[in-house]
Design a protein around this ligand. Structure first.
Ligand SMILES: NC(=O)c1ccc[n+]([C@@H]2O[C@H](COP(=O)([O-])OP(=O)(O)OC[C@H]3O[C@@H](n4cnc5c(N)ncnc54)[C@H](OP(=O)(O)O)[C@@H]3O)[C@@H](O)[C@H]2O)c1
Length: 312
């Protein structure tokens, strides 16, 4: 990913645009903060009181203003949002975070007179999925219903799967076996965007007062055959395909894995990753149309580049 230095969109009152960023100490949040700073924004990073996350030092070093808040305290949250052109959430968690904490942040943004809000979505198009098919995305839909009733302009960034996950976490590119595993159809187009490219696009969207309700991007739209070709090109080894079954088989695997696992508050248990893959292979949450060209300074990273970087 590479971005050219572009000035922040400024309001009539001039001066750098203030963006409030919740979850700034997280993996995606930190990259959004850095992209915003690169674009000349004033970044107010909201950190939960007492957090010892080492990324906080990086945020300070890079020029963000770190504000410790009690996310359960609406008054504190409202004060922290005053003067912002947009509140961006990169929070991660389950219901207590995605629905409850984001709702308090939303109310605070409205109370502080902030005109725009970007929720922590960064996913496949959950609006096209039936309830019950993805635990984490159901929570985003629940928050969406609340967000769409609030007197504030909202923009969700939808980016498919982080391409970075193909280097290990997602059981798709099996580097040792030289195989690309899949369920269903090897010709189903799938959306992939790196975390860094998603962050750069989100930063640009946060500084752009004219964004629509949804922005959809994909660093690369690839079928499983495309991923296979990318893996072969990136490693110099010929990769084959490994068909693990139809979507019904994957659905059964999800049910069995979920039943065998003790209930936990893990945000990304293995069965949730499987739900995500099931969704993607179904084709239902495919992103269209794509808004990649909206900020032409963003150069999109390909699947091959990401797989190659793992080998370096
Ligand atoms: N499309 C994809 O493939 C994909 C993949 C991964 C993630 N995502 C999405 O990207 C977004 C960010 O994920 P991430 O991986 O960057 O998450 P992360 O690294 O776990 O960071 C989460 C952030 O939320 C904060 N946080 C968590 N619980 C909180 C609470 N109760 N109150 C206040 N702050 C809280 C954390 O603060 P502390 O530093 O204090 O812990 C941290 O700043 C999420 O929406 C996630 O679902 C998408």
């Amino acid at each position: 990913m590479a971005t050219e230095q572009t000035p922040a969109y400024t309001s009539a009152s001039s001066g750098p645009t203030t963006i409030v960023l919740a979850g700034a100490s997280g993996e995606l949040g930190l990259q959004i903060a850095l992209s915003l700073l690169e674009r000349g924004a004033y970044v107010r990073a909201l950190i939960r009181r007492g957090s010892t996350n080492p990324q906080i030092a990086t945020l300070r070093e890079q020029g963000a203003t770190v504000v410790e808040v009690d996310f359960a305290n609406s008054k504190e949250l409202t004060e922290a949002c005053v003067g912002a052109a947009c509140v961006v959430s990169a929070l991660s968690g389950l219901r207590d975070v995605i629905v409850d904490t984001q709702a308090r942040l939303l109310d605070a943004a409205v109370a502080a007179g902030v005109p725009r809000f970007i929720p922590s979505d960064y996913s496949i198009d959950y609006t096209k999925l039936p309830y019950g098919s993805n635990r984490n995305l159901d929570l985003r839909r629940e928050f969406q219903e609340r967000l769409d009733k609030a007197p504030i302009a909202a923009t969700s960034v939808l980016n498919g799967m982080f391409t970075d996950l193909l280097t290990g976490q997602a059981p798709v590119v099996l580097f040792k076996l030289h195989r690309v595993a899949y369920w269903g159809n090897a010709d189903q187009p799938l959306d992939f965007t790196t975390l860094a490219d998603t962050a750069a696009f989100t930063a640009a969207a946060a500084l752009d007062p004219t964004t629509p309700r949804f922005l959809r991007v994909a660093g690369e739209v690839a079928t499983i055959r495309g991923v296979q070709a990318a893996a072969s090109a990136a490693t110099g080894k010929k990769f084959g395909l490994l068909w693990a079954g139809g979507l019904g088989v994957l659905g059964t695997m999800i049910k069995v894995t979920r039943a065998l696992m003790p209930t936990s508050d893990e945000v990304f248990p293995p069965w949730q990753g499987m739900q995500y893959l099931h969704n993607m292979f179904s084709g239902l949450p495919k992103l269209a149309p794509l808004d990649n060209a909206r900020y032409p300074e963003i150069r999109w990273t390909s699947v091959r580049e990401v797989l190659k970087s793992r080998n370096e």
